[in-house]
Design a protein around this ligand. Structure first.
Ligand code: AMP
Ligand code: ZN
Ligand code: FE
Ligand code: FE
Length: 282
């Protein structure tokens, strides 16, 4: 029996996860999840395949995404749920990101060569297989070239915030990012506030139009979850949760279903969605 009813944060090969969208849904089924939201970075390209698999397997698949925005040099992620994946504004936004990510990957390649860790960036792009190219793809190439021993070292030495090969994506503001989600009919949630220590940005993100925050997440320890839980209860924010599973990309076993919402929390989440958007979440 799964501990969680819903896992509302995961990635597929449409961005930087290791499993194709349909395989992610199969895994959700194996883990006993009833609800899954596919939330690939700055894209919805995997959602149709995931929803098709969901219909076949009896898993409710919520159309989702995880959009990137910035306040100064700080990168914040915003989860969007229940979006219309064919909405023109959303499509434009994702296309602009995709184009920028290709340019960015070339720049990261140049910076890595300058830092003494050359990789074949064109091969990395081919391996991304038309998906959204991200730093995890590059981290893998750095491992394969023997420049780093594991995924984390690639970020700690080269790719993380403030490191020599860190290049921003499109410098979108929280307001713009949340507006894309809301105009596409969705509810916006601030992702993993403890990653990068972003507690101080919660109220800013709510003011920008987010309905709530992600509480249960693989990077949040118990104390962090309790702290976030107190905030959402106290201020009446919506409460989301998910594993942020990337399959095997980060060098661990898939963690799908290990974090999320229980049945009661899921019910509250759907009520929050209706309040935010005026329609039921399907
Ligand atoms: P990108 O979309 O190219 O910016 O890559 C974002 C992904 O890189 C995140 O989803 C994480 O999986 C990973 N990532 C970002 N920063 C770090 C970090 N400091 N340590 C480990 N992984 C990170
Ligand atoms: Zn990712
Ligand atoms: Fe994220
Ligand atoms: Fe994520």
């Amino acid at each position: 029996m799964a501990r969680y009813h819903a896992d509302l944060h995961c990635h597929s090969t449409a961005s930087d996860g290791s499993d194709p969208p349909a395989r992610v849904v199969e895994r959700a089924k194996e883990r006993g999840l009833h609800v899954l939201a596919l939330t690939d970075h700055d894209t919805v390209a995997g959602v149709a395949e995931a929803q098709e698999a969901g219909r076949r397997l009896g898993v409710q698949v919520i159309a989702g995404t995880e959009l990137t925005c910035y306040i100064g040099k700080r990168e914040i992620h915003v989860l969007g749920y229940g979006i219309d994946i064919n909405h023109p504004g959303l499509k434009n936004h994702c296309e602009a990101f995709q184009a920028k990510r290709i340019e960015r990957a070339q720049l990261i390649g140049q910076r890595l060569a300058q830092a003494g860790a050359p990789i074949d960036i064109d091969a990395v792009m081919r391996n991304a297989d038309g998906g959204v190219i991200g730093r995890p793809h590059i981290a893998k190439a750095l491992m394969e070239a023997g420049h780093v021993k594991d995924f984390q070292e690639a970020f700690d030495r080269f790719l993380g915030d403030g490191k020599p090969a860190n290049v921003p994506k499109l410098e979108v503001s929280p307001q713009e990012c949340v507006a894309v989600i809301r105009e596409a009919g969705g509810m916006a949630i601030m992702a993993h506030p403890a990653l990068g220590d972003q507690f101080d940005l919660i109220d800013t993100m709510i003011a920008a139009g987010c309905s709530g925050v992600e509480v249960c997440h693989s990077a949040h320890d118990e104390a962090t979850q309790n702290r976030l839980h107190a905030i959402v209860i106290d201020r009446g924010y919506a409460h989301s949760g998910g594993s942020d599973c990337h399959g095997t990309v980060k060098g661990c076993e898939p963690i799908l279903g290990n974090y999320g919402l229980n049945a009661q929390q899921w019910k509250k989440f759907t009520a929050a969605f209706e309040r935010a958007t005026g329609r039921p979440l399907t």
